[in-house]
Design a protein around this ligand. Structure first.
Ligand SMILES: [Zn+2]
Length: 391
């Protein structure tokens, strides 16, 4: 059994409130930590570090937990730069372009889909992400949804069945028949490859009763609920998510006081997707209001070819600080421990004894630089399960 000591850590962000300065981020300056068998075995001040078989000197750099990107749609084919251009020339985002990606995805081979997802996962790792969630939702036939989830499964255990992404064009005049399919044969075929069930609960996608129906069926098949809601306008999505005990409700741009109250008194995490708000020129979700109300907030990329084509969690952190009223500490916590909570995981999102040794080394003296130097590639190395996976 080989142990490895990481030393010369100028600033260690543990996201463990019982560690270091006992602040939100549990900061330790002049820190070190030991990794054994892919897990964190010791954390503390460098002066008290135990002996180890190997030593990695980090030269005063800051180390943060690997980012937990709890909301992506990384298995797809094609791209939508023309739609993006049109939107930037004044067209409004409605979610209608999803059908374009569905058509491209259905006609792509498994190999093309796998290569595209691998490229995006590698890109995410280079910017410090160590865990991704991946949804289906661009197949929308039993065969295609199952194959998307099987491909997603080869990259992550956090896979989500999103057959209720939109009603595909061939069912445009028979929504009920599509819902029968999603809650029946498609769910049965997909459930073995998924951990979660999700619905795009929004005007133009799926309504209140339809959302309840799909979540209930998913739970019946052994999946855990999460939801896309309140992105493009107010709606019942947040209330439904809380009622179903969803791990997370994602977007949360349009929230009433009742929604806020429901989120702040439940275990449902509000996952904010600032890169989607940015890329659609929509209003930004009000992170400050949610945090002040006592809600738990996560940040994720929503990586998809239509409304948020980025894999960069540092970019998301910078947007949350600059546009959502969050402090750099709150944004980093939301991108790590918050994402872990949105996936109901306690082995990731922190650098603490027993957790997976997932972390990013920054070419900066402090985590604050993630927001202070937006757009700059600050991640010098990413480690997952104690192994270097990028740079
Ligand atoms: Zn999404």
């Amino acid at each position: 059994m080989t142990s490895r000591l990481f030393c010369g850590v100028g600033e260690l962000v543990t996201c463990d409130k019982t560690a270091g300065d006992e602040s939100l981020l549990g900061l330790i300056h002049d820190a070190a930590f030991v990794v054994e068998q892919g897990r964190v075995a010791w954390v503390g001040h460098a002066c008290g570090a135990p002996a180890a078989d190997e030593r990695v000197e980090l030269g005063g750099r800051a180390v943060v937990p690997g980012f937990v990107d709890s909301h992506t749609h990384m298995v797809f084919a094609g791209e939508r730069s023309a739609e993006f251009s049109a939107r930037m020339a004044g067209e409004r985002y409605t979610g209608g372009g999803i059908a374009t990606t569905v058509a491209a995805t259905r006609s792509a081979s498994d190999e093309e889909l796998r290569e595209n997802a691998a490229r995006l996962c590698a890109e995410a790792a280079r910017s410090g992400t160590t865990t991704v969630e991946i949804k289906s939702g661009y197949g929308l036939t039993t065969h295609d949804e199952r194959r998307l989830l099987a491909i997603a499964r080869s990259f992550t255990s956090e896979t989500t069945f999103l057959g209720a992404h939109i009603v595909p064009p061939e069912y445009a005049h028979d929504r009920d028949a599509y819902l029968d399919l999603v809650c029946g044969e498609m769910l049965t075929a997909c459930a073995p490859y998924a951990r979660w069930v999700d619905v795009f609960c929004e005007t133009g996608a799926f309504g209140e009763d339809e959302t309840v129906r799909v979540l209930s069926a998913g739970i019946g098949a052994g999946l855990m609920p999460r939801l896309h809601a309140n992105q493009l306008g107010p709606g019942a999505g947040v209330a439904i998510a809380v009622e179903f005990g969803a791990a997370s409700v994602d977007h949360c741009v349009y929230l009433t006081d009742d929604d806020l109250e429901a989120l702040s008194t439940s275990a449902t995490v509000a996952t904010l997707l600032p890169a989607a708000d940015f890329s659609t020129r929509g209003p930004f979700a009000d992170g400050r209001r949610l945090l002040d109300a006592g809600a738990t907030v996560a940040l994720a990329t929503d990586c998809n070819p239509g409304s948020s084509y980025t894999t960069s969690m540092p970019f998301v952190i910078a947007l949350a600080v600059h546009q959502m009223g969050m402090t750099p500490a709150e944004a980093l916590l939301a991108a790590t421990a918050g994402g872990a909570q949105a996936l109901r995981r306690d082995d990731i999102g922190r650098i603490a004894v027993g957790c997976r040794a997932d972390f990013a080394v920054l070419d900066a003296p402090s985590y604050v630089y993630l927001a202070y130097r937006p757009g700059v590639p600050l991640v010098s190395a990413t480690w997952r399960d104690g192994e270097r996976v990028a740079r």
